[in-house]
Design a protein around this ligand. Structure first.
Ligand code: C2E
Ligand code: MG
Ligand code: MG
Length: 711
């Protein structure tokens, strides 16, 4: 601290003796201080209201109030406790000095005053005050920092094991003031939870005796009973000679941090909706459980369970309610597992794991299941719990589930392959009509590899131009005139001959090849149409079937426009056939897409109408041009009955919405006549023409009528 730091400090001289005041004033002003005067206690206290002083020189003997009393009063002022007060005692006896200190004086100077010494004494007092002030500030800063960091510091010193700790450490432990007064290393250790105490004690002793530093995370019980997690770091303190004189440490409450980390890791491992382990975490748990099962030579079962047609539930009740359904199902499955477990033959039952491994797929690993029969019975129980009625908004929903079961170690000895087996078994259960369970068997493995081979075969077929497009005429049944045609894809297989689309469209969709397939069909159709037109033939609009991925593809509108332009055609040459399931997927987006396609000039036809789940009332929301009555209703419509009624209402509906209605699969003259009678004149079916190769179809284009009697 330098002299300039105290220069300019504001001093107050309180003395009833005017001569004393002026002498002191002159001396101290000369030394560079700013000096105020007061002739007694009352004036001094009044001045304190106006100005802040850095130091007070106070006479003891004054008529109005004695110096002790004034000192006492100053100390009670808001800032008064830190100001150095030097008493001017005329009486150099121990009693008055004692009284001065009792009243709160910092120092005293005996009269008569040595004026040269006075300046030094004042400077010294000011510097000491500044030093104390700055120490207090840095202590405050340290306390603040510790409070922010939820951290306290402590020190165990020397041979007598004395313990000092920061107020923050007390706060951390929720310790009452009286306890802190007699805090000891032992009292601190007593707060450590039983499980951690021995370790903390050992580490601390090693630090005290041998100067071994440590870092440790452990739990403590606060005075209010709360258990917190703390992290402690301790280091030896050495003197200049290198001797250890103390151990100092910091203890930080990291409970919130630990909780946050736990929450984050929970989110990464568990499904947020159902609270069950997610797919990744299930994999890890299953691997561990199987590892133990291996050493205990247990038989385990891995069950994959799918909620059937869950997508329709989603479409029908909305995602939020559908999520509620999943939560209920997860609860039911959990309860079933709990119910099943005690009946197990083995004792490892509690290790079974239930997880949500897909949007509507659950997986259950059962440890020590015994035999195949037992696994089947358990699965039946799970499927039953899925199919119990559910209440949604006052109405009842009944769902079913399909399940695939793989057995360990019979089907596979490793976690990954076992999951693959269960998935394949599930796939089999679903493709065989759902609402059932299937065990994995080797045949499925074979099936899967055949499927894989088929996928790559199809990929080659698309690239090598083995796909063919056949055309089936759409006619006005009254005259037999062709009014349109439908493009139907076939696969000219090098060994198997002409393969129908039913055998490969689903495969193309599942293996991500449908976009390439659609592009190939569209390209062929456009080039055929252009060729016929260039040859001078009258062409008709051709319908192309679009699978869901093609219809929703962002590239579709541009792709279609580009294709018709390249072949010099108009968009009116193409009709896009979509199915109800495509329309129901995401109604708002679908409507935007349909409007976009129609604005570009393409027509849209709704294929296989009547077979889907959509309610007829939805129909008016979709901007479409044509409705195709599915063959199932056309075949028997002429007999009346239920099919006849459905066909009649579809026709009426189409008329109401101004749509062209086409009857599909018309095979006999009776069927054709009946449909015409009901008002459905546009027809497609073997009666008029089967789907035929392009060249053959070109010849049909020239025929005025496709009716047998006219032919
Ligand atoms: P779809 O679009 O409903 O096509 C009509 C199906 O009914 C065709 O079967 C056709 O041959 C058949 N059919 C027509 N008239 C009669 C009849 O009088 N009696 C009977 N029994 N059947 C008749 P195909 O060609 O086997 O096609 C089956 C389905 O494959 C099509 O049903 C369509 O959904 C799909 N498909 C065909 N080509 C394509 C394509 O290029 N892309 C896509 N995504 N799907 C296609
Ligand atoms: Mg079609
Ligand atoms: Mg159809």
């Amino acid at each position: 601290m330098t002299e300039t730091e105290v220069d300019g400090s504001r001093l107050l001289i309180v003395d009833d003796d005017a001569l004393m005041r002026s002498m002191a004033c002159r001396t101290l002003s000369h030394a560079g201080f700013s000096v105020s005067e007061a002739d007694g206690g009352a004036q001094a206290l009044a001045l304190f209201d106006l100005t802040r002083f850095d130091l007070v020189l106070l006479d003891v003997m004054m008529p109005d109030m004695d110096g002790y009393q004034v000192c006492h009063e100053i100390r009670r002022l808001p800032d008064g406790d830190r100001i150095p007060i030097i008493m001017l005692t005329g009486l150099n006896d121990t009693q008055s000095i004692e009284l001065a200190y009792q009243a709160g004086a910092t120092d005293f100077i005996a009269k008569p005053i040595n004026w040269t010494l006075l300046t030094h004494r004042v400077r010294y007092a000011l510097r000491a005050s500044l030093a104390a002030e700055s120490a207090i500030r840095s202590r405050d800063r340290l306390e603040r920092a510790q409070r922010i960091a939820n951290m306290g510091s402590w020190e165990i010193a020397g041979d007598n094991n004395s313990f000092v700790c920061s107020p923050e450490l007390a706060r951390l432990f929720g310790a009452p003031v009286e306890v802190m007064g007699c805090a000891s290393p032992q009292a601190f250790l007593d707060r450590v939870t039983d499980t951690d105490r021995a370790t903390v004690k050992a580490m601390r002793e090693a630090a005290e005796r041998e100067g071994v530093p440590y870092q440790l995370t452990f739990k403590v019980t606060r005075f209010d009973g709360a258990v917190r997690t703390v992290h402690e770091q301790a280091n030896p303190v050495r003197d200049s000679a290198g001797r250890q004189i103390a151990v100092e440490g910091i203890t930080q409450d990291i409970t919130d941090q630990v909780e946050t980390e736990k929450r984050i890791s929970r989110l990464a491992r568990y499904d947020a909706l159902t609270g069950l382990p997610n797919r990744e975490f299930f994999g890890k748990l299953a691997a561990k459980s199987l590892e133990r099962a291996r050493s205990a030579s247990n038989t385990c079962a891995l069950i994959y369970l799918d909620v059937d047609r869950f997508k329709s539930v989603n479409d029908a009740v909305g995602q939020q309610r559908a999520n509620g359904v999943l939560v209920t199902l997860a609860e039911r499955l959990t309860a079933s597992v709990r119910d099943i477990e005690p009946k197990f033959a083995g004792h490892m039952a509690s290790e079974s794991v239930l997880a949500r491994v897909g949007p509507n797929t659950f997986a259950l690993l059962l440890i020590d299941i015994g035999d195949e029969q037992h696994a089947g019975a358990v699965t039946d129980q799970l499927l039953q719990s899925v199919s119990m009625p559910l209440a949604i908004d006052g109405s009842e929903l009944v769902l079913t589930g399909s399940a695939g079961i793989a057995l360990y170690p019979r089907d596979s000895g490793n976690n990954h392959d076992l999951a693959r087996c269960a998935e394949q078994a599930l796939h089999a259960a679903k493709s065989q009509g759902r609402a059932q369970r299937r065990f994995f068997d080797e045949a499925m493995n074979e099936y899967a590899s055949i499927r894989l081979a088929k996928e790559s075969e199809l990929r080659r077929a698309i690239a090598d131009r083995q796909l063919r497009v056949h055309y089936q005429a759409k006619v006005d049944a009254r005259s037999g005139t062709m009014v349109g045609a439908e493009a139907l894809v076939r696969w000219q297989h090098p060994t198997r001959g002409l393969v129908p689309p039913g055998d490969f469209i689903a495969l193309a969709e599942e293996s991500g090849q449908i976009l390439a397939l659609t592009a190939c069909v569209l390209e062929t159709v456009c080039s055929d149409l252009a060729r016929w037109r260039n040859a001078g033939q009258t062409v008709v609009p051709v319908s192309v079937n679009l699978a869901s991925p093609s219809f929703s593809s962002d590239a579709l509108p541009a792709q279609l426009t580009d294709m018709v332009q390249r072949h010099g055609l108009t968009p009116a040459s193409l009709v896009l056939e979509v199915t109800e399931s495509i329309l129901m997927a995401d109604i708002d987006r679908v409507v935007v897409r349909l409007e976009g396609l129609r604005a570009l000039g393409f027509s849209v036809s709704l294929d296989d109408f009547g077979t889907g789940y959509s309610s007829l009332s939805y129909l008016k929301r979709f901007p479409i041009d044509e409705l195709k009555i599915d063959r199932t209703f056309v075949t028997d419509a002429w007999r009346g009955g239920r099919d006849g009624a459905i066909a009649a209402s579809i026709i009426a509906l189409g008329r109401e919405f101004g749509l062209r209605v086409v009857a599909e699969g018309v095979e006999t003259p009776e069927q054709a006549q009946h449909m015409v009678k009901m008002g459905c004149v546009y027809q497609q079916g073997f009666l008029f023409s089967r789907p035929v190769p392009a060249d053959e179809f070109a010849r049909l284009l020239d025929k005025p009528s496709l009716r047998d009697d006219d032919a």
